[in-house]
Design a protein around this ligand. Structure first.
Ligand code: FMN
Length: 328
């Protein structure tokens, strides 16, 4: 595509940079927590993956204060136009996690650490441990951790929906973390609620700087031979293209309710046009999750497509496209 429908030349290279609050991103795409293991990608890559890292920021899998072994297998399976998982926040705990941070200290892009827990003190302890580590780290010895994403929305652990579906519990978690850090704080919202803007308001009032959404939809898949639940955890979280219309609706609701708030929209992004739809619904940045499991080069492809889709529509920048679906 080199020209618009009316014959005017296309801007071949729209400005993709966006500001997620104080965090400047080269382009709008970030990985969705739990779907992209940086060290595993670096191991499989024929070259310097850190230099060629395709996302504008790295969001690692949720880390908790203590180690978690996660849920019993099976933990993942495909569904029509999507996938369901019940990993259960498996991670080594924040101390062991910090001990390995030097391995990817040279990542150029900002990092937003996803934080989980069962109660406010546990979330705040993770944030405090990381802030303490960052304050003490020698220059260049630590990745550029610029913010935290509070995972109050995992449907696969007992606390997940108790916190993220409750305004008071949400405010307590966000408030405790706000006291623990001055870094950028995102609250990650669950779609498993009646009104996502109520929880969003509770998070913002308690000190969150921005919102990310959606986490997975609580769902059930049966083993079709035995007619028993397939996953070891019985239920799991549904994601992938099947959930995109739900996610777009919720991002639009949140963007309309809180127009100046940084928003990371996600849920079913598989192409650049999907990402542009999230931006049109008010997302500042866009998370890519299940698509990471489809192809090693998925992020690069989605980014190239996003650039083309913006140019084809005559947008001079990604920021210009933000919220265009919301105005009548
Ligand atoms: C295998 C798997 C693991 C996930 N782990 C996490 C996690 O640790 N923390 C979190 O906040 N979200 C987690 N998620 C949810 C994603 O970050 C994202 O919110 C959701 O999958 C919707 O995006 P998608 O449709 O592009 O996958 C996980 C999703 C998958 C598929």
């Amino acid at each position: 595509m080199t020209e618009r429908a009316n014959g005017a030349p296309l801007d071949p290279s729209p400005d993709l940079s966006v500001s997620l609050g104080p965090i400047v991103l080269d382009h709008p795409l970030v990985d969705a927590s739990g779907t992209f293991d940086l060290l595993e990608y670096a191991r499989r890559y024929d070259g310097d993956y850190f230099a060629d890292f395709p996302y504008a920021a790295y969001v690692p899998k949720t880390v908790t204060v203590d180690a978690r072994t996660g849920n019993p297998a099976p933990r993942v399976t495909e569904t029509p136009s999507g996938m369901i998982n019940a990993i259960g926040l498996e991670n080594p705990g924040v101390r062991a996690w910090i001990a390995r941070l030097g391995e990817w200290a040279h990542l150029r892009q900002p990092v937003i650490v996803s934080v989980g827990g069962n109660e406010p003190e546990q979330y705040a302890a993770v944030v405090a441990a990381l802030d303490e580590y960052l304050d003490a780290a020698a220059p260049g010895a630590a990745p550029s951790i610029q913010g935290y994403e509070l995972n109050i929305s995992c449907p696969n652990v007992s606390s997940g929906l108790q916190i993220g579906a409750d305004r008071a519990a949400t405010a307590e978690v966000v408030g405790a973390c706000r006291e623990a850090t001055s870094r950028f704080l995102l609250a990650k919202l669950t779609p498993n609620v009646r009104d996502v803007t109520e929880i969003g308001a509770a998070a913002l009032d308690a000190g969150a700087d921005g919102l990310s959404l959606i986490n997975t939809l609580k769902a059930l898949v049966l083993d079709r031979d035995t007619l028993k639940p397939f996953l070891g955890n019985r239920t799991g979280g549904l994601c992938g293209p099947a959930v995109k219309p739900v996610a777009l609706r919720m991002v639009a609701e949140v963007a309309q309710a809180f127009p100046d708030t940084p928003i990371v929209g996600m849920g079913g992004v598989a192409t650049g046009l999907d990402a542009l739809e999230f931006i049109a619904c008010g997302a500042t940045a866009v998370g890519v999750g299940a698509a990471n499991f489809t192809a090693f080069e998925a992020p690069q492809r989605i980014l190239a497509e996003l650039r083309e889709e913006l140019a084809a529509r005559g947008f001079a920048s990604a920021a210009d496209a933000r919220g265009v679906a919301l105005s009548s």
